[in-house]
Design a protein around this ligand. Structure first.
Ligand SMILES: [Zn+2]
Length: 376
């Protein structure tokens, strides 16, 4: 079985942004002016921010230009995903963008499972990681192909806690790099279509039944994927871990809190899972807000915005801007916006400035730069 992409939230949310305010069905914005305690919509551009999860698969300038316009630094994550360009091409694009704007563009490398089972597999992977780090990679990505598609010589799925992966993850720890882990899928993937919480998941799995785990009981369960990830962290203590996509615990801030409590070396990014957070805050805004306040040092803003070779630059820039601004309005302000994927008007969380500064900046800087300097 091959596997699908990162289940990105559709880019065009039809949120009630800017010029779209006149659209029918959009709630009137309850604009709140910036105060010393809270940011406002107008602070979006002026505040330096960090998007800890994007995919710049093309070295064309559009992504960097929009990041400049919206005041973001980027961490572009290379992934061994068949629909992306090859790992070598992803790294070449990353190197060009990093050379063009080294203060703004950063990248994470990854590794291929090709040759898995050969005695020299880990040694070869580690030397390629060394080369990428020498070229500037600040993290290593491990993708959901481990756990969901790569099989060993016996035909069994290779899970994240497989002992054969130990030498690679130990090497990542020795390099002082964080491991960005995308384990499994959103929990929706294991639910029938009618029980899924977001329309983006529902439509994706309706169109891709081959990836809809509810239809494939022979595959590992959601809990089996989470348990394999947790056993990996236990097998490699001290490894700095970034749980991509809210560590696939996007459906429950309680489960996410338990994970962060159990693994003090872990942080999580929010990439492509904001609608799941919004689904929860629509039911209990205070609970979600309190979660983000309590774990304010452990959460990194990320979008999963992806720019592929040949994509239309102006359209991408517009979508990226609207996506980033929608998330900003949700996290930083108390404005209401329509979120079509959950068919609801969502009130922003209005996190204090000090918390926004961590989620949008200092947590990522610490994770990808300062921690490394300490370890090296
Ligand atoms: Zn991604």
């Amino acid at each position: 079985m091959t596997i699908g992409p990162g289940l990105r939230r559709p880019l065009l949310l039809a949120a009630c942004l800017g010029s779209m305010l006149a659209l029918p069905g959009c709630a009137a914005p309850n604009r709140v002016a910036p105060t010393p305690e809270y940011y406002g919509r107008a602070d979006f551009t002026s505040l330096r921010k960090f998007d800890a999860h994007v995919h710049a698969n093309s070295s064309e300038a559009a992504f960097l230009e929009q990041a400049r316009a919206d005041n973001f630094e980027l961490l572009s994550i290379n992934v061994d995903y068949p629909d992306f360009t090859s790992l070598a091409m992803q790294e070449e694009a990353a190197l060009k963008l990093a050379a063009a704007d080294p203060g703004r563009f950063h990248f994470a490398t990854t590794f291929s499972m090709d040759g898995w089972g050969r005695p020299d597999w880990a040694t070869a992977v580690n030397s390629r990681l060394d080369r990428s780090v020498a070229r500037g990679a600040v993290a290593v990505k491990v993708w959901k192909n481990i756990g969901m598609s790569v099989r060993n010589a016996h035909g069994d799925l290779v899970m994240l806690d497989d002992p054969g992966l130990d030498p690679v993850f130990r090497h990542v720890r020795e390099l002082g790099l964080p491991l960005i882990g995308h384990a499994g899928e959103p929990r929706n993937c294991w639910l029938p279509l009618e029980e899924m919480t977001t329309e983006n998941d529902r439509s994706y799995f309706r169109e891709h039944p081959q990836y809809h785990m509810y239809l494939h009981p022979e595959m590992p369960s959601y809990e089996a994927q989470m348990a394999a990830r947790d056993r990996r962290l236990q097998r490699t203590p001290g490894l700095a871990f970034v749980g991509a996509h809210l560590a696939s615990l996007e459906w429950s801030v309680d489960r996410l809190a338990a994970f962060l409590d159990a693994y003090p070396d872990a942080v999580v990014d929010m990439a492509a899972r904001m609608t799941q957070v919004q689904f929860q805050s629509h039911r209990d805004r205070d609970k979600v807000r309190q979660f983000l306040m309590r774990y304010q040092d452990r959460i990194l803003y990320g979008s999963d915005l992806t720019f592929d070779p040949g994509a239309e630059a102006a359209g991408f820039r517009k979508e990226a801007h609207e996506f980033w601004l929608s998330d900003w309005i949700y996290l930083a302000t108390a404005e209401t916006q329509r979120i079509d994927d959950i068919d609801a008007d969502i009130v922003g969380l209005q996190l204090p400035r000090s918390v926004i500064d961590k989620i949008y900046w200092s947590n990522a800087r610490r994770t990808f730069f300062e921690s490394q300097a300490v370890r090296r």
